[in-house]
Design a protein around this ligand. Structure first.
Ligand SMILES: *Cc1c(COP(=O)(O)O)cnc(C)c1O
Length: 390
């Protein structure tokens, strides 16, 4: 008999009950060090007091009004994102996939509004992930996720990630936009070579193509900067964010320059829930914490510490581990043994981690992680590696 919850996930034997900081507690009393953070969502850990307070206060005041009203919290959140990014304007949605979809709509609309309606094709990268809607599935082109859902939406081309020759060759007179994750998450925690984003920026400028970043996973502090592309200083025209933006409250956003958003006028897009007062309160509370001057440098320091210790682990156990990858606190270890088995063993020892493509063990600690939790995680990782059956 089909379960009441549609069975599209192979779920773990953990019934989540409550969380505090870096820890998640199961209904049966087990305690876990949570280095999955709801898949890069609970960047500030569980039940962060400032977020709890902000959402509680807003819940008592006003949850929702439509976007026919001015929503002061939404306007403030948009302004703060504008002040701390390349963007001039922001539209709020409820998920990563929606943020990517809107980013692609903005790119196509820009082309049509500037006299190039024939430019509608989007170039995406192999190994990317952009969500589970029709357009975002087509953009990523992952056959496994497209299977059985009919012909993929037309208008998407694909090139190898981190390959500029293929990208240059793929851009044509019908190309509207290039869509890329500055660091691939689901695909295997892959950071491109230095210079890749800058080169994409140049190609986009030369060819009149819109450069769209998907920072749904790598953005919002995870890289040690507010947005991962800041490490290269190569700004996009349009960017999708979500995951950690609400700290666990569902909110996403499409950020754009004034030029790229030229076609986005009254009536050109909408959302019932997007940026409602409760979501905006969560987003503003997240920014209150992340924009504190000491916050991101601390993320960077903890990321350096964790990657140093993980690379030593990889060197010590070549029988299990092949390579450390990633950026900031978006880290992956390409495994020799099945990564899913490592995730299971770690979970039984009290450390929650994830897999990613290319047999990668994905490690997403909360951005508030400290030396103590890193020590604890390393102790568990070392134990599992040491005791791995021959
Ligand atoms: C998770 C993710 C998405 C999709 O986000 P949803 O909120 O699940 O729709 C899109 N892009 C990237 C890079 C992601 O990691």
């Amino acid at each position: 008999m089909i379960p009441a919850v549609m069975p599209t996930y192979a779920r773990w034997d953990v019934a989540a009950d409550h969380g505090e900081g870096c820890y998640l507690y199961a209904a049966d009393g087990r305690k876990f060090l949570d280095f999955t953070t709801g898949i890069a969502v609970t960047g500030l850990g569980h039940s962060h007091p400032h977020l709890v307070k902000a959402v509680k206060e807003q819940a008592e005041r006003l949850w929702h009004v439509s976007n026919l009203f001015h929503i002061p919290g939404q306007e403030r959140l948009a302004q703060r994102l504008v002040d701390h990014s390349f963007a001039d304007t922001v539209f709020f949605v409820n998920s990563g996939a929606e943020a990517v979809e809107l980013s692609l709509k903005v790119a196509r609309k820009y082309q049509s509004a500037t006299g190039h309606p024939e430019r509608y094709r989007i170039i995406g990268c192999e190994g990317s992930f952009h969500g589970r809607t029709f357009a975002t599935l087509a953009a990523a082109g992952n056959q496994k996720y497209l299977e059985g859902f009919g012909p993929p939406m037309e208008g998407f081309d694909h090139v190898a990630f981190n390959n500029l020759n293929e990208m240059r060759a793929a851009v044509g007179p019908e190309t509207a936009a290039i869509l890329v994750e500055p660091v691939q998450g689901e695909g295997g925690v892959r950071a491109p070579s230095p210079g890749y984003l800058k080169a994409l920026r140049r190609i986009a400028d030369e060819e009149g193509v819109v450069l769209v970043y998907d920072e749904v996973q790598c953005g919002m502090g995870r890289s040690g900067k507010l947005f991962a592309h800041e490490w290269e200083g190569a700004a996009p025209d349009v960017m999708a964010i979500a995951k950690a933006l609400g700290g666990g409250f569902p909110i996403g956003a499409c950020l754009a320059t004034e030029r790229a958003a030229i076609g986005m006028t009254s009536g050109s897009h909408g959302s019932t829930f997007g940026g409602n007062p409760l979501a905006a309160a969560a987003g503003n509370a997240v920014l209150d914490v992340m924009l504190e001057p000491e916050f991101l440098p601390r993320v960077e320091a903890m990321a350096r510490l964790l990657s140093k210790r993980l690379s030593r682990l990889v060197e010590t156990y070549p029988r299990l581990f092949a390579e450390l990858r990633g950026s900031g606190l978006l880290l992956g270890i390409r495994c020799v043994v099945p990564a899913a088995d490592v995730v299971t063993r770690l979970r039984h020892e009290g450390l929650l981690t994830l897999t990613a493509g290319e047999n990668v063990l994905r490690i997403l600690p909360p951005l508030i992680v400290g030396e103590r939790e890193i020590d604890e995680a390393m102790t568990i990782l070392e134990k599992v590696a040491r005791e791995w059956p021959a």
